[in-house]
Ligand binder design. Structure first.
Ligand SMILES: NC(=O)c1ccc[n+]([C@@H]2O[C@H](COP(=O)([O-])OP(=O)(O)OC[C@H]3O[C@@H](n4cnc5c(N)ncnc54)[C@H](O)[C@@H]3O)[C@@H](O)[C@H]2O)c1
Length: 288
């Protein structure tokens, strides 16, 4: 039996739902904000009402994107070139944010490197585990792991000091399951490249770090969760898109906007009883 709601009640229910996900007046920081998903995270947070702080390596790019967000959403946004592997750079960004906004409510640790071997002739040779370069391994650990540690330490400490905040660490399906290297096999049977050991390892460690920090700051009002996205369609070769889609229950790769709802949920009071968790949004990839 369906219950027919009166218009006034309907709008009250809608207002309550909007309130639950609202980030009105809150300050949200996104690292790697100029990348494919970072850009979307900023749009999601601004559309929910947050004042967004755009952090990435390119200072000019951060400024341009921040002013685009300001114009589009009529929010106070701010962009500053920041290297998450540098404590000095992060401290400077934190001082800016506190001077301008006086508070930090949400931190999205999104910046990461994902090895791409530009020269296809060298790709197989370098991406195989036996030859995988030590400097690539160390760079991934430095950005994906140490960068997340430093960013959480600097911005999260401010959250813990005031007793409120939500940290979202972006992991990956490859944090939970090994890459299926068959996906990178071309139709002629040739293996184009192999997904790197550093990516999976650093993303797996992000899940452990999330639980550590959630436990550490739980009694200080700071929630810490991971978001594990599946693969995003982004101009890859057709054979790969098809291979990937076939491994998902929904039969497709993600579009960048597919993660907006999950991000808004983790950032807002809608997830107020959630910490130390990993939200998997992968079209069923890891459930099969
Ligand atoms: N794209 C996908 O299919 C996918 C799938 C699962 C998980 N993820 C995760 O989502 C996140 C974003 O991925 P993406 O595809 O948007 O990547 P991307 O390469 O498009 O963007 C990453 C951004 O991080 C920035 N960055 C790199 N090093 C930095 C540093 N030292 N300091 C500050 N910024 C730095 C880069 O400049 C870039 O703008 C990553 O954590 C990634 O592992 C992506």
């Amino acid at each position: 039996m369906s219950v027919i709601k009166k218009p006034a009640e309907k709008s009250r229910v809608a207002a309550e739902a909007a309130e639950l996900f609202s980030l009105e007046g809150r300050t949200a920081i996104v690292t790697g904000a100029l990348g494919l998903l970072g850009h979307e995270h900023c749009l999601a947070l601004a559309s929910a009402g947050a004042n967004v702080i755009v952090l990435d390596l390119d200072d000019d790019g951060c400024g341009v994107f921040a002013s685009e967000l300001s114009d589009r959403f009529e929010r106070t946004t701010f962009g500053v070139g920041t290297d998450i592997t540098s404590r000095t750079s992060l401290r400077a960004a934190c001082e800016y944010v506190l001077a301008e906004f006086g508070r930090i409510d949400v931190l999205v640790n999104n910046a990461a490197v994902n090895d791409k071997f530009e020269n296809p002739l060298m790709a197989m040779e370098l991406s195989g585990f036996e030859q995988y370069p030590l400097d690539a391994w160390e760079r991934s650990i430095q950005v994906n792991l140490t960068g997340t540690f430093l960013t959480s330490q600097i911005f999260g400490a401010e959250m813990a000091r005031v007793g409120n905040g939500s940290i979202i660490n972006v992991a990956s399906t490859y944090a939970m399951v090994a890459p299926d290297q068959r996906l990178y096999q071309r139709p002629d049977g040739i293996q184009a490249f192999l997904k790197s050991p550093a990516y999976s390892t650093t993303k797996g460690a992000i899940l452990a770090f999330t639980k550590y920090l959630a436990a550490y700051w739980g009694n200080r009002g700071v929630r810490v969760n991971s978001l594990s996205p599946g693969g995003v369609e982004n101009g890859q070769e057709n054979y790969f898109i098809e291979n990937y889609a076939n491994r998902t229950m929904l039969g497709r790769m993600a579009q960048p906007a597919d993660y907006r709802g999950a991000l808004m949920f983790l950032a807002s009071d809608a997830s107020s009883y959630m910490t130390g968790a990993n939200l998997v949004v992968d079209a069923g990839w890891t459930a099969w």
